[in-house]
Design a protein around this ligand. Structure first.
Ligand code: SAM
Length: 374
């Protein structure tokens, strides 16, 4: 079973998403353009660019889907126009600058699939001065939500599964963002704009935003909902908002508060969020004026062992493990002169404690060479 393939089937079968990208690409891509399809997956956005008249498409994907994209491209007769690059965009090099960069690395909340980091890098290294980005702007929206079932996912850890005390885990669970879908009536206020990210200038630096939400009906506040809308182009928007009739099929997020708070129409809920995009860290501070205040952070929800935490301290002196040393040896042997067979042979000879057979050495070498060799 290929879960990756199934994920891409879902992307392709999301009619609202496909319609939005089709329209935006038709609006932005001009005959003769050079296009970067960043995070190509099946290559669909590059194919749409070809159909819109792109002269050349660079389809960049770090994963094995790139082989699927290659086959699909041939099946559609565009192989003379698309160049495939199996690399993370941050590590990729292109032989020319492009007119348009296209990606769907928006995530559920507008920043959480890497678009800020990847576009900032691709913009500076690959985009022509007058080049265009799809999407060009992303907005992050928040609203207080009534979501007892989601809150129960936090409280589950107090339920003594199989009669054991799992209470220590609740602290992590309360500092985690949960993928979810909201019905419109779960929102306790009108959605408030957190921030608008202009991808033509945005960087991957940390940012924060505040929003004040006026409660419109009596209910129980369980947490804060988060989602996005994006301008794929000047004329085409795309969103996963629970209030959008054209919403794409992508989940939103739930950020819990430590305990439910009864709210009434007219109450104000102040939300402040701090976001560190490269580590996908979110801190959320929620104050129900006159009633309660909470601070949570995915930093506190990270499952870092004490040993791992110690390794993040500036005074920590790292040393290579035996496998690390072996890996460094393979990298040293990739000198542009030594054939693969000889590297495998030397590894087997140098590290008999790690490799009992040529086959084992070959697997290890292939892993390193496919990641860092060319
Ligand atoms: C959300 S899917 C989108 C696929 C396709 N563009 C689409 O719209 O259907 C993301 C794909 O991008 C790849 N990916 C994510 N970030 C990347 C990056 N910075 N460089 C290269 N590939 C990336 C993943 O391997 C995955 O195949």
């Amino acid at each position: 079973m290929s879960l990756i393939l199934d994920e891409h089937r879902e992307y392709l079968s999301d009619a609202a998403r496909m319609a939005a990208y089709t329209a935006a690409i038709a609006e932005v891509v001009r005959a003769g353009d050079v296009v970067l399809d960043l995070g190509a997956g099946t290559g669909i956005l590059g194919l749409l660019a070809c159909r819109a008249g792109a002269h050349r498409v660079y389809a960049v994907d770090a994963g094995s889907m790139i082989e699927v994209a290659r086959e699909v491209c041939c099946a559609n007769g565009y192989e003379d126009r698309v160049t495939f690059v199996k690399k993370l965009s941050l590590d990729a090099e292109l032989p020319e600058r492009v007119d348009v960069i296209i990606a769907d690395q928006i995530g559920r909340f507008g920043f959480d699939a890497g678009i800020l980091e990847y576009f900032a890098d691709a913009r500076s290294r690959f985009l022509k001065p007058e080049g265009q980005l799809i999407p060009k702007r992303v907005r992050m929206w928040v609203a207080p939500v009534e979501a007892a079932a989601l809150q129960n996912q936090v409280e589950f850890w107090l339920s003594q599964p199989a009669g054991f005390d799992f209470a220590p885990v609740r602290r992590y669970a309360a500092n985690t963002g949960y993928p979810c879908r909201y019905a419109a009536d779960q929102l306790l206020s009108a959605p408030q704009l957190g921030t608008a990210l202009d991808l033509a200038v945005a960087t991957d630096a940390s940012f924060d935003f505040s929003a004040s939400c006026r409660i419109v009906r009596a209910g129980i506040l369980h947490g804060i909902g988060g989602w996005f809308d994006a301008d794929l182009s000047d004329g085409v928007q795309m969103s996963n908002s629970p209030l959008s009739s054209q919403a794409i099929n992508r989940r939103t997020l739930f950020f819990p508060v430590d305990r439910p708070v009864a709210v009434a129409a007219g109450d104000t809920v102040d939300v402040r969020m701090c976001v560190a995009p490269t580590d996908t860290l979110v801190t959320w501070k929620v104050a129900v004026r006159g009633k309660a205040a909470f601070t949570h952070s995915t930093w506190k929800g990270m499952l870092l062992s004490r040993e791992k935490l110690a390794k993040t301290q500036p005074n920590y002196v790292p040393r290579l493990t035996r496998r690390g040393i072996a890996r460094a040896s393979v990298l040293g042997l990739c000198d542009g002169r030594t054939p693969l067979a000889s590297i495998e042979e030397q590894m087997l000879h140098r590290y008999p404690d790690l490799f009992q057979s040529r086959q084992q050495a070959a697997v290890f070498v292939t892993e390193v060479v496919s990641a860092y060799g060319e």
